[in-house]
Ligand binder design. Structure first.
Ligand code: PEP
Ligand code: MG
Length: 557
């Protein structure tokens, strides 16, 4: 038995024979051409054939894995059309008289190397896509067919790396699992594997998969292990693990699809807080009633420049599509404070948490804000999307945000770009100021989301990052609980709903009091969803005596 470890992208146990995915290596020589003009024409024709091919694959992928995951092949088309990419190829051909194959290969290698060094994981992962599309163009230039790789039995497909377009072309009924030497959990191949419910191990390091070809193996997608020719004990152990996971899964499943009603019949929503596409699967697996908070700033962090509208749109659209009609609340940029990126060139502030952050920054840097709003509105055409504005302290901020949204909508209409005319606008209630004017805010917006993490820090005047926080701040301070009650009452007086999306929402000792104050929804980290649901189902809010006792205990007064 040989045991190899990798990083698991998707759980599950899979069995099959190892099939090594060989990419037909292409030898490309550098040549000087006598007629660069003609060579450029050759490139243009190959490029157009590659785009046609990509359109076809896009259609096939959309039918197999849905429009969201098929989007990558649209991105490939965008890479081919990218002006920087084409400029480098053009220079190599027309100015240095290089042959088109070499010009494409060299440009792709240079760009991919640059992208792999980028700080942003998103950009790093696009390096494989640049190589993928470039190979497509080179194949066209050389009149070569795509590598035919067919599977005759249920297989564990092993590869040095496998590209998204290659994944999509495989006969999935024959693929039990994927194992790759390289790759990252956020790569599109990993995303596709997850969508297709196929266990996948990546980053397996320096393995000679070719030498293992044809041998029986089992992939343990829970612990990230590939067992080649497993011994009897391992086979039994994995079978046990499989049964155990199935049992756990069954218990979890029992709560899925069931209403979140208390014993006395009151219904509440339990939603997911997510920071990126990576958390989406977990939200879905845990049967989130929707996304209560998508913190968008993470896409702006750890990178060297602003994300383009296309990248934002792609991300937002995927979330709304994957939530399949369930409501997705996307918060606009809450950058500044503890989340900052150099390229924003923000001035140094003595107290960044109290500084030029969130909606204040967006109102000052409207170019950044409009790009995000355009991406959000465009994504709204693909599902049920609501926009949430962070750190609001004044009704005037809401008026100004509405005005900008209005302008962005006008612009989209004139460019004939679709968006939903039913996008709700909400505000975060996370400053004492917002609490005190929540009656006025409730008239202007469609919903509230209470951010207790910030609300506690600003109400209790203690930095939420301060290590002394827990020892200084009494838990569940009455001031904050009273604020929550005030916000719920004022929102309901205007017929508006209230979600609570701070960490407090996952504190099971508070579920009863929060629901008793009529919070309509709790939005928590995905793994907390089912425990909160279980708690809701155990409560009886009509038992006033019991509630009174519990509230006394919680509030310490
Ligand atoms: C909050 O402040 O409670 C909140 C949900 O937002 P964040 O934690 O992102 O500041
Ligand atoms: Mg906050």
């Amino acid at each position: 038995m040989i045991t190899m470890r990798g990083k698991s992208c998707y759980g599950g146990i899979a069995r099959g024979v190892i099939s090594f995915y060989r990419r037909d290596d292409v030898l490309i020589n550098k040549m000087k051409v006598s007629d660069p003009g003609r060579e450029w024409e050759r490139y243009v024709m190959a490029k157009s054939a590659a785009v046609d091919e990509l359109k076809e694959i896009h259609e096939k992928a959309a039918a197999e894995v849905g429009e969201g995951d098929a989007e990558i092949f649209y991105i490939h088309q965008l890479i081919v059309e990218d002006s920087q990419y084409e400029k480098q190829i053009k220079e190599a051909i027309l100015e240095r008289s290089c042959n088109a194959e070499y010009a494409v290969a060299k440009t792709a290698q240079d760009l991919a190397a640059m992208m792999r060094n980028a700080e942003s994981d998103y950009i790093k992962e696009r390096a494989a896509d640049v190589l993928d599309v470039s190979e497509r163009i080179i194949r066209q230039l050389q009149n070569r067919e795509h590598n035919e790789f067919s599977l005759n039995e249920i297989s564990i497909v092993c590869a040095d790396d496998i590209l998204p377009s290659e994944t999509i072309m495989l006969d999935k009924s024959m693929v039990a699992a994927f194992c790759t030497k390289g790759g990252s959990t956020n790569s599109h191949t990993a995303i596709l594997a997850r969508t297709l419910n196929i266990p996948a191990l990546i980053g397996m390091g320096d393995v000679r998969f070719d030498e293992l070809e044809g041998r029986y193996a089992i992939v343990d997608g829970y612990d990230g292990i590939l067992y080649v020719e497993p011994d009897d004990m391992t086979v039994r152990k994995l079978k046990q693990r499989e049964d155990e996971e199935a049992r756990k899964h069954d218990l979890l499943m029992r709560l899925k699809g069931r209403r979140n009603v208390t014993r006395d019949g009151k219904e509440f929503e339990v939603l997911a807080n997510i920071g990126s596409l990576n958390d989406l699967n977990s939200a879905i697996e845990n049967d989130a009633g929707g996304i209560g908070l998508l913190r968008t700033e993470f896409l702006y962090l750890q990178r060297e420049d602003f994300p383009q509208e296309e990248e934002l749109f792609y991300n937002y659209r995927r979330v709304v599509e994957e939530m399949k009609g369930k409501r997705v609340v996307i918060r606009t940029l809450d950058i500044g404070g503890d989340k900052s990126a150099d390229y924003f060139m923000l001035e140094k502030e003595a107290n960044p948490a109290l500084g030029m952050r969130a909606v204040r920054l967006c109102l000052r840097r409207q170019d950044i804000f409009k790009t995000q709003l355009r991406a959000l509105l465009r994504a709204s055409a693909y599902g049920k999307l609501a926009i949430l504005i962070p750190m609001v302290i004044d009704v005037d901020e809401v008026y100004r945000v509405k005005d900008i949204i209005h302008k962005v909508k006008d612009e989209l209409v004139s460019r004939k770009i679709p968006f939903s005319d039913d996008v709700e606008l909400g505000v975060m209630i996370e400053t004492p100021a917002a609490v005190m004017i929540c009656d006025l805010l409730a008239k202007e917006v469609d919903f509230f989301s209470i951010g207790t993490n910030d609300l506690e820090q600003f109400t209790l005047a203690i930095d939420r990052q301060n290590p002394c926080y827990e020892s200084v701040v009494p838990p569940n301070h009455l001031a904050v609980l009273r604020m929550i009650k005030l916000v719920c009452d004022n929102a309901h007086a205007q017929g508006k709903k209230v979600c609570l999306c701070g960490e407090m929402g996952a504190d099971l000792s508070l579920t009863e009091i929060l629901l008793d104050m009529h919070v309509d929804a709790l939005s928590v980290a995905p793994p907390q969803i089912l425990p909160v649901r279980r708690m809701i189902r155990s409560l009886n809010l009509s038992d006033r005596r019991q509630i009174h006792n519990n509230i006394q205990r919680v509030l310490h007064y």
